[in-house]
Design a protein around this ligand. Structure first.
Ligand SMILES: NC(=[NH2+])NCCC[C@H](N)C(=O)O
Length: 402
């Protein structure tokens, strides 16, 4: 069992945190899927098969896969974690005090695995027999007392390791707020982690893991758009500098749209010096370079830019050029494959990347450029708008090869 350490996107992947989707996906209906950030109503059994195949593709290649639901069930044996998570589940102004008390009593009486299922899958009105409270009376039978967390599938967003420290992120969308209470409790209380130093907290400015790319040891890129705010990027920069985890943070503005909700929807690393990127933004993407200022103890920052992203990145990474895999796509194919997470790859090692099989043209371009693609099916998983990178949180990677 190696201690957590992640300094790049491409060092050999040793341990990764995934979440196998379960009952929480069965909560999705055409009435709630928009609010719950899914584009449709997935076929759950098939989504699970796809996810199992994703996990198998990783374990077959020697990667240790940790499952968030299992870690959660284990951590719920720890009284402090149980108490925190039950409190977080009912910390919702919709439900009022009476229903809150009933619900706390119900949840507290559950065995750890049942409680884990309820925290992830949510609790519907008709699953709380005998509950009381005005809010309960006014709710319909299918309404949620505790909302489900279908986006827990995207473990990338609710925590991110930088070096040996973990950022418990501050998720922007209400449907996802509670996810980081779960990752936070697991990292704080599970013996597998033994309370690593926390780099970030959910109470801070919005920051999501999908926006954080470890371009090279000491160099982070942070997307600022629909999810991560400039304030979040600034806070993270200050912290990584103060703790000696990075020397440069590139802040990258991205369009505030669903198609580009995170930086990793438009670009991911596939080698120590190469990225795959949505062609429509390749020429226009810029970065602000942030470094520690003269008085780092006072949190001083030096900001320069904007500069073309590729140039700023190469400069910060100390390489001559950051290679862009030219997917050579026509604009329509590029737009379709970007939407289907064609640029959202997960490296198992340098030049070895997991990608959705459906993005045939992008994958062919990757292969032509010398990147071995491990294709996985994502017809149902993809309805949540996230690919292999979004669905994984690397916990241990080897130091990046030079
Ligand atoms: N890192 C990522 N690109 N994550 C994708 C998350 C998708 C999820 N449905 C959301 O809207 O939040």
């Amino acid at each position: 069992m190696t201690s957590p350490l992640v300094t790049s996107e491409v060092g050999r992947l040793r341990t990764v945190l995934l979440h196998r989707p379960g009952a929480e996906l069965r909560r999705l209906t055409p009435r709630n899927n928009d609010e719950l950030l899914f584009d449709g109503v997935p076929w759950v059994a098939r989504a699970q098969e796809e996810h199992d195949a994703f996990a198998a593709a990783l374990t077959d290649r020697g990667v240790e896969v940790l499952h968030l639901d299992r870690l959660l069930a284990e951590v719920l044996d720890v009284p402090a974690a149980r108490e925190q998570l039950v409190a977080a589940a009912v910390d919702d102004p919709r439900i009022g005090e009476t229903l809150r008390h009933t619900c706390v009593a119900h949840l507290s009486g559950l065995a750890s695995d049942e409680l884990a299922a309820a925290l992830i899958g949510g609790v519907a009105h008709d699953e709380l027999p005998g509950a009381r409270g005005l809010a309960f009376e006014l709710m319909g039978p299918g309404d949620f007392v505790v909302r489900p967390l279908p986006n827990l599938l995207f473990t990338r967003d609710s925590s991110v390791w930088v070096g040996d420290q973990v950022a418990i992120t501050s998720l922007a969308m209400p449907a996802r707020h509670r996810e980081s209470t779960i990752t936070g409790a697991v990292y704080a209380h599970h013996p597998r982690f033994a309370g690593p130093q926390r780099l970030y907290d959910p109470t801070l400015e919005h920051l999501e893991g999908g926006d954080v790319l470890l371009l090279a040891p000491g160099v982070l890129a942070v997307g600022v758009g629909e999810r991560t705010t400039a304030g979040g990027a600034e806070r993270l920069a200050r912290r990584v500098f103060a703790r000696g985890l990075a020397h440069t943070v590139l802040v990258v503005p991205i369009a505030q749209e669903r198609a580009t909700m995170h930086l990793d929807t438009i670009a991911t690393m596939v080698d120590v010096d190469a990225m795959v990127m949505y062609p429509a933004v390749a020429d226009t993407l810029v970065a602000w370079t942030v470094r520690a200022g003269d008085d780092p103890d006072a949190g001083d920052l030096r900001v320069s830019g904007p500069q073309p992203f590729l140039a700023a990145a190469a400069d910060a990474m100390g390489i001559e050029r950051l290679r862009l895999i030219d997917t050579g796509l026509d604009p329509v194919t590029a737009e379709r494959e970007q939407w289907d997470d064609g640029n959202n790859t997960l490296c198992i090692g340098p030049r070895l990347a997991v990608a959705y099989e459906r993005n045939t043209v992008t994958n062919k371009a990757l292969e032509d450029a010398g990147i071995e693609v491990v294709p996985i099916a994502g017809d149902q998983l993809g309805s949540g708008r996230g690919g292999p990178r979004c669905m994984s949180c690397p916990v241990v990677r080897d130091a990046s090869p030079a």
